[in-house]
Design a binder for this molecule. Sequence first.
Ligand code: APR
Ligand code: PHB
Length: 389
Amino acid sequence: MKTQVAIVGAGPAGLLLGHLLRAEGLDVVLVERASPDYVLGRIRAGVLERTTTDLMDRLGLGARMHAEGLPHDGFHLADGERLIRIDIAALTGRQVMVYGQTELTRDLMAAAPERGLEILYDAADVALHDVEGDAPYLTYRKDGSDRRIDCDFICGCDGYHGPSRQAIPPSVGTAFEKVYPFGWLGILADVAPCNHELIYANHARGFALASMRSETRSRYYIQVPLDEKVEDWPDERLWDELAVRLGPEAAAHMARGPALEKSIAPLRSFVFEPMRHGRLLLAGDSAHIVPPTGAKGLNLAASDVAYLSEALVAYYRRNDRDAVAGYSSRALARVWKAERFSWQLTRLMHRFPDNDAFDRRMQLADLDYIASSTAAQTSIAENYVGLPL
Ligand code: APR
Ligand code: PHB
């Protein structure tokens, strides 16, 4: 098979990129290791920046998002005694959209056939070849036979564990990583949210987050030690802990119900540089990971593919090779600022095992300053809604 752009991975990054390139008439093929059900079964967050919703609108794929999503004008920080509202709409003129990222993935997958976006699922042993030359190619196994795709570019949208990043020689690439000494235990339940907006809570016992998927389905998280087991957290124990950490105002409105899903995820900050090597270009989790505190994961993938699609279209339309050459530095500039915000909010809101009494006072003083400062709230708000492309 021959195509212009071969994309490894059909998660949010690969799907968004594929649709953007198809919309511009480029030949694209996505090669996905798993089945469609597996891709849809991945646990994902639920906040979309305007950058991401704009891409869906540009593709004409935002109808269900606007019909079912919840536009939010603000969110809350809690310090154990009060709720501090960050009025993102008043401070930045922007909202965020609360819409399950799984639903966004579903919308992108559903539109692929009608848009002529070819996705090869259940592709095993995907390997990248000759990415440093002008004629890279992929090999993979499907339905028992070995196959090859010759292309002009390979876009690695295969997540943190995919092969694309590994195709960049260690002498060229540099990884930056921070692993946090705790994880998030999440619960999904068909109960009404305790608040109409999200609440990020810093409690002496640890972090908690009250989020939602709709007005009848809630998503909550608590910080737990890395060695915690889900089976040690029956629903009632988790609801009790959430009530304590979110504080009395939220607890008074917190409905309880059986877990539809309950799991623990580790937190890390990770960036790989460069995001381009020869004809291989990385986007999304293949190049960077953020702790979920700032809800940046999918939104960073969206800005990556906005830059990447622009660069590839410039190459094919105007033979502009500079845009492709400049992709990595352009994407990394936004990636690092989102990494900074996610790391800063994670440090502010979580209880670190090696934190002492002074560190705790610094967190509370920081929250007290934010409560009293429009400048501090504006800084948080403009990062939360997403910095400009
Ligand atoms: N061959 C082909 N496909 C692969 C391979 C491989 N060897 N390895 C991984 N993949 C596929 C995975 O099966 C997955 O569908 O690549 C896809 C990567 O998708 P994600 O891990 O979701 O990463 P990305 O698309 O970058 O998503 C960005 O969206 O919801 C958020 O939290 C999520 O931060 C993440 C963000
Ligand atoms: C979620 O709803 O899953 C969610 C929301 C905001 C975050 C992280 C996760 O920062």
